[in-house]
Design a protein around this ligand. Structure first.
Ligand code: IMP
Ligand code: MG
Length: 193
């Protein structure tokens, strides 16, 4: 049976509140890091956000508006769920990973931590360039009772969800539903009214 949107998991207002809170937290941490570096007389690298497209499109655009921090934004395009697949099919890099991150304070922003392959690969590619620091922020962390394919350290996560396929607020199923203003679970059965 075809999959359809079954129920709202996280509503629009809850997302807005939490994303703003996390944006402020990240900004405070960056500010503290800057003060510590300056206190030690060390150079302070530029803040570079690396949103993973297309899924992080909505999340990052809300997140940055609660981050009063000087930053540049260098999106990267990766894909692991082609078409109607609902389990990771292996990660492919489709758009250039920024190559000039040496000395930068990098924050990778993604929609969801699932198998961990995407963020694991990206963290390795970025760390290889010797940035000053790397952090990862995700909207969702999928709890995996059976473990992830790759354990990845994520510094900021807005919400934890069960091991189910979700759409909305940037997340898609076969390219659709990214524009839903909430996060909803997909499943079999008639579409939710
Ligand atoms: P991972 O590499 O398995 O951690 O998957 C990461 C990518 O797969 C995410 O950035 C999403 O784009 C996509 N993904 C994982 N779980 C879901 C889901 O439940 N709904 C929609 N996309 C998902
Ligand atoms: Mg993605």
């Amino acid at each position: 049976m075809a999959l359809s949107v079954q129920r709202v998991l996280i509503g629009r207002e809850a997302i807005a509140r939490r994303v703003e809170e996390v944006g402020r937290q990240i900004s405070m941490d960056l500010e503290r890091q800057r003060a510590e570096l300056e206190g030690r007389g060390e150079p302070v690298g530029p803040v570079v956000l690396v949103p993973v497209l297309t899924g992080a499109l909505v999340f990052v655009s809300d997140l940055i508006r609660s981050m009063p921090v000087s930053m540049s934004i260098r999106p990267v395009t990766l894909s692991s769920y082609p078409g109607t697949a609902t389990t990771s099919q292996g990660v492919t890099v489709q758009g250039g990973v920024p190559t000039d991150l040496r000395g930068a304070r990098v924050l990778v922003v993604d929609d969801i931590l699932d198998s961990g392959r995407t963020l694991g690969l990206l963290r390795r590619l970025i760390e290889a360039q010797q940035p000053q620091s790397v952090g990862i922020a995700v909207l969702l962390t999928k709890l995996k009772p059976s473990g992830r394919a790759e354990e990845v350290r994520v510094e900021y996560s807005c919400f934890e969800i069960g091991d189910e396929f979700v759409v909305g607020y940037g997340l898609d199923y076969d390219g659709l539903y990214r524009n839903l203003p909430y996060v909803a679970a997909m499943g079999e059965g008639p579409a939710a009214g």
